[in-house]
Write a protein that binds this ligand. Sequence first.
Ligand SMILES: Nc1ncnc2c1ncn2[C@@H]1O[C@H](COP(=O)(O)OP(=O)(O)OP(=O)(O)O)[C@@H](O)[C@H]1O
Ligand SMILES: [Mg+2]
Length: 259
Amino acid sequence: MSVVKKFRITKIKNSKPLISLKKISLSFKKNHLILDNISIDISKGQVIGLLGPNGAGKSSLMNLITGVIKPNYGNIVINNEDITQYPIYVRTKKFKIASVPQIGGFFSDLSTEDNLNAVGEILIKDIKKRKLKIEELISKFELDAVRKVEAKFLSGGMKRRLVISMSLLGEPEILLMDEPLAALDPQTIQMLQTIIIKLQSEYNLTIIITDHQARDLLVVCDRALILSNSKIVAEGTPNQLMQDDNAAKYYFGDNFKFK
Ligand SMILES: Nc1ncnc2c1ncn2[C@@H]1O[C@H](COP(=O)(O)OP(=O)(O)OP(=O)(O)O)[C@@H](O)[C@H]1O
Ligand SMILES: [Mg+2]
């Protein structure tokens, strides 16, 4: 049984977007555009899926939002504030942005518990609150059995659980998740889907999420975009995307079924 989202935010009337990417272009090499004049508006409390073939620019788009890279053209606006030139730490702190990177995101030589402690010490000043939060996450992500194990010795899925739990330490308002489902077993995928839906419904978290496990991803998304050949080639609710010829052509193929 898959987790089924009970509601979807398809339209948020009169609300200004929380995050706006305005006419963003990005290239790392001359004459090779990764993103070409891309504009995206994301409302507060939405879960947005980013889909697209390998190399389409999904991780780059997330890196643009966190500030790891800067666009060649265009602007990034959060809460009506142009943040294009803000460094990573200002964005993270001011707008409570957290991310689950596609690779890594943990200290290899530290144990599970000490990874959480290391980040927790920066984000949660009150020692009691910090300990409580860490224990809550260890329990939620079923990391108790590996709390003393150095992260480099964890299985692939356990590493992902650790990184996801670390991303929630600071109770973010914007969460960017780059392939969080990769390497997770089916039950852990369900657990994470439930957590994502809960984060949205209880804390109104805005989540941008990418994954190639498209079916499992779409279950939690209100809206999704497909990036291909530097452009957004399709956009809509998961059900709309299933009817979209471009979505099939550029990403899903002909035989993909959502439910
Ligand atoms: N820092 C960088 N320097 C040079 N090229 C880069 C850099 N980061 C990404 N690229 C290139 O930009 C393109 C888009 O990469 P990106 O990682 O954003 O794709 P993706 O959609 O996340 O792919 P995947 O599904 O494989 O994770 C690729 O061609 C990649 O090689
Ligand atoms: Mg990527």
